[in-house]
Design a binder for this molecule. Sequence first.
Ligand code: ZN
Length: 108
Amino acid sequence: MGKGLHRQARAGKAMDIALAAPVSKDSAAQERARARELRASQWWKNQIAAGRCHYCGGTFPPSELTMDHVIPVSRGGRSDRHNVVPCCKGCNSRKKATLAVEDILDSL
Ligand SMILES: [Zn+2]
């Protein structure tokens, strides 16, 4: 980091884009594969059987809950029990919209 980062920061716009993408495509794919495994686990089945959305606290049938990464994989979040939560469809689309707006703001 240290010196290298400083040099990159002076290299201009192309480097800014590189710095804005903290996760390589490979590791993002790896995390998504891990998410699939986690979704098939007994632990996750217990989470959605409890039927509670992590964000709004509402109660939903398991079929209405999706697996959400608290820190998105695209931002360096991991697919582990500390970073995935049950999320209702309403909160999921709200969160996606918020992230999309943040991405637009970040890119300005
Ligand atoms: Zn919710």
